[in-house]
Design a binder for this molecule. Structure first.
Ligand SMILES: [Zn+2]
Ligand SMILES: [Zn+2]
Length: 135
């Protein structure tokens, strides 16, 4: 059985935790965002398990739609200058800070599974990551 890694995500702008322990997805606290699409606004919760794409939203998201992620704590748009390099995507990547250090980038396009983890200080941050999750 593969070990599940539940990520603890913080806002890259204000540093506040985006974890919502009151709303679980697959038994783990969800990651909560406010979102704006081309014609609506609402709330999106992502599963915190790395590599899992389960999510819930109180508005309808069409496949292929680009979603603007907004921190519910500081109301800043979470968007990086990096674009998704999946074929025909080019949507802005959403930068999220990991509590342990380093960042996760996720694609802002609904249905695109592109994501990656980036560590600024590989040696110590990867070690912390491995210590915490034990693999
Ligand atoms: Zn924030
Ligand atoms: Zn993408």
């Amino acid at each position: 059985m593969t070990k599940k890694v539940s990520l603890h995500i913080k806002c890259p702008k204000c540093g506040e935790s985006l974890m919502d322990p009151e709303t679980l997805i697959l038994d783990y606290p969800s990651i909560k965002f406010n979102i704006v699409t081309s014609n609506d606004r609402g709330t999106l919760r992502l599963c915190s398990i790395y590599g899992c794409y389960s999510h819930t939203s109180d508005i309808d998201l069409k496949d292929g739609e680009i979603v603007n992620f907004i921190c519910p704590k500081c109301n800043k748009h979470l968007k990086s200058n990096d674009e998704c390099d999946a074929p025909n995507c080019n949507a802005p990547m959403v930068p999220l800070n990991l509590k342990l250090g380093g960042k996760v980038f996720i694609c802002s396009r609904k249905g695109c599974a592109k994501h990656f983890i980036a560590f600024e200080d590989l040696a110590t941050e990867v070690r912390k990551f491995y210590d915490e999750y034990g693999f």
